[in-house]
Design a protein around this ligand. Sequence first.
Ligand code: 0L1
Ligand code: MG
Length: 262
Amino acid sequence: MALDKNTILGLAEHLETAELQAHDVTKITDEHPDMDWADAYAIQDEIRRRKEARGQKTVGLKCGLTSFAKMKQMGVDVPVFGFVSDYMSRPEGAAIAVKELIHPKVEAEICVVTKAPLRGPGCHVGAVMAAIDFVLPGVEVIDSRYRDFKFDLKSVIADNTSASRFVVGGRARNVEDVDLRTLGVVMEKNGKIVAMAAGAAVLGHPAAAVAALANHLGARGQEIPAGSFIMTGGVTEAIAVQAGDHIAVRFQDLGTVSLRFA
Ligand code: 0L1
Ligand code: MG
């Protein structure tokens, strides 16, 4: 690691304050060009520790930048991983308050809940399929704390991969009742189709994103516990939203998830 403990604590506080006060900051690698991947995840871990110390539960794990559309949009070629907390969850049909956010965007995500632990290295799609309990549709609201969404991968990992709000809805299905690769997704904003894709847009198979997460955690001596809720990453590029917008995402076989911004 290139950063000392105090710097990591300070950067975690800096980024979490930006999240909680909804103000933007410049990317942290401007000030710390030498920070490495371990530093980036250590800052994210410290943000998680701060939230949990305040009693906020970690309720899920997220894979980000897993779709070819998102990678192209952000100019990157590897996924990133983060977490979601209980206070980020909103019910189906909820109004999301934009004044609590900086510059929200929405992503349609195929989500899974596991029934067995997954541990890398060597985790693969087959192991993930055997460990999935059920599949359900979700919409993630991302809100990078970085000005104009301008960042690099290390900065975005430290910023908990822009995690902000999420809505899970639709209909949960057994994994054997759906084909995660060909599952179609259509996103509508204010009644107009703005993006569409199939599950295969996520690393060829959404379960591959979960395997990548297990392998990432395995390299750090951790696993995905049984009963984990995991967002596999946006299937399309992220769509910017503002107050007054209504989003409906239609997932083949899984129903529709909708939310609005107020
Ligand atoms: O969930 C995501 O794919 C977000 C990853 C972070 C990059 C971004 O803010 O777009
Ligand atoms: Mg996402």
